[in-house]
Design a protein around this ligand. Structure first.
Ligand code: GAF
Length: 426
């Protein structure tokens, strides 16, 4: 982990060297880890992620014309585009994340000064010349904001980050959230954090092309130190739930399996479609509306595979509620069995685990973790192990040994702490 001041200085220095100017300001947003509640967000259910102490930093300056230039420490070339050409079809590669957010802000009401185009006339979102109305994402019932104004001014941005890429810790949501708060300030849009989360989700869905839910951006924007974000993904109501890991002598260990995963292709979208098919067959809009008591009836109505997908989502929603209750009533040492049960459900019912994740979870438990599960969208990425401080060396050793025995690529293990969400730094 890079010290925050070093990251800020690196972003400012990177900005100066690329653009020969001082930035107007510096903003940052964290990655996230999900404690529990997987593949429940796009089903309108519950999640319990937290923002982590790994951040993405954006140095940004408004220009007097309509040119946008973005650069970063992880790409050789700066990308340049005019606000007039800012449409999803023109955005590719890493710059699709920051530029997608600028586009999505326009879809949510920022007047980017783009020329008027025919309005599609849909009534379920804000409407203004120059943008398509945004439909409700994932059946979210949160209100749309008032129309915002924007300056229509171009900008230059330089991005630096110490959120690991590909580890399932939402490096993409960290970019989206950091750019979202930066442009919200500079363009004086006045959007609240929930709206900025939806802006990030829209960029991810329509520009990057990953059919993901609202969890990652919400954690990055709403996180608080030493606490998790308990989010109802239907109405976006959230509560901060203290974790109490420190007081209980616990650490959250990340086990990055180094197995690549991508949500724009493959299994993530398939699982989403299974959930939608299950909901339709059960006559509900979202699986959130199915309870554990409804499962026997669901078993009669659904084919075997769809039933297992539905059972994961329904029981996972309940596990999130149980985890929040347990954290409040019994403390974090009591949530181990819920984490373990979540992993089994993802492995056997939702089938999104991979051998490396299963080995990581089993070895961590054998080494002394009090609960472990894969985290994030699955098919690779990281597992988490809730571990007594004194057991960290034993758990680390157990995981490294188990991976070596199976001939897996060596994983990376590190501890994360719950941190504050996106903010202006300077
Ligand atoms: C990924 C997605 F981006 C989230 O929206 C969520 O669905 C998660 O996978 C699974 O819980 O991180």
């Amino acid at each position: 982990m890079t010290a925050p001041t070093e990251l800020l200085e690196a972003a400012a220095a990177g900005f100066r060297s690329r653009f020969n100017q001082e930035p107007d300001g510096i903003w940052s947003a964290p990655g996230r880890v999900n404690l529990i509640g997987e593949h429940t967000d796009y089903n309108g259910g519950f999640v319990l992620p937290f923002a982590i102490d790994r951040r993405t930093v954006v140095a940004l300056r408004l220009r007097d014309d309509r040119i946008v230039r973005v650069a970063s420490s992880f790409a050789k070339e700066a990308v340049e585009i005019s606000l007039d050409e800012l449409i999803p079809e023109n955005l590719h590669g890493w710059s699709a994340y920051p530029l997608g957010v600028a586009w999505a802000l326009g879809q949510f009401g920022a007047d980017l000064g783009t020329p008027p185009v025919a309005n599609s006339g849909k009534a379920d979102g804000p409407s203004a010349p120059g943008r398509e109305p945004v439909g409700a994402l994932d059946g979210q019932t949160a209100e749309f904001p008032e129309l915002a104004t924007g300056s229509g001014r171009g900008f230059e941005a330089y991005i630096e980050s110490d959120v690991p890429v590909g580890a399932g810790l939402s490096s993409s949501a960290a970019i989206e959230s950091a750019v979202g708060v930066a442009l919200n300030d500079c363009w004086e849009l006045g959007f609240d954090r929930r709206t900025l989360a939806r802006v990030g989700q829209l960029a991810e869905n329509r520009v990057v092309g990953a059919p993901t839910g609202i969890m990652d951006q919400s954690a990055s924007l709403l996180g608080e130190r030493d606490a998790a974000v308990f989010l109802d993904c239907r109405d976006l109501a959230s509560e901060v739930v203290p974790l109490g890991f420190d007081e209980a002598g616990l650490e959250l260990l990340i086990i990055d399996t180094k197995v690549d995963h991508a949500h724009a292709t493959g299994g993530y979208g398939d699982r989403r479609r299974s959930c939608e098919a299950g909901a339709a067959a059960l006559g509900v809009e979202l699986l959130r509306d199915v309870s554990v008591d409804d499962l026997p009836r669901a078993a009669e109505l659904l084919d075997e595979e769809t039933f297992r997908r539905v059972r994961h989502v329904v029981t996972e929603d309940q596990r999130v509620l149980d985890t929040v209750h347990t954290l409040r009533e019994g403390g974090p040492r009591a949530i181990g069995p819920l984490l373990d049960a979540s992993h089994v459900s993802m492995r056997d019912d939702f089938e999104i685990s991979v051998p490396e994740l299963d080995v990581a979870v089993d070895a961590a438990r054998a080494g002394g973790a009090i609960g472990a599960r894969m985290t994030g969208g699955g098919f690779g990425g990281s597992a988490i192990a809730l571990t007594p401080h004194a057991q960290i060396p034993a758990v680390t050793n157990a995981v490294l040994t188990a991976f070596a025995e199976r001939g897996f690529r060596a994983p990376e293990l590190f501890v994360v702490h719950a941190a504050d969400g996106a903010r202006r730094e300077k």
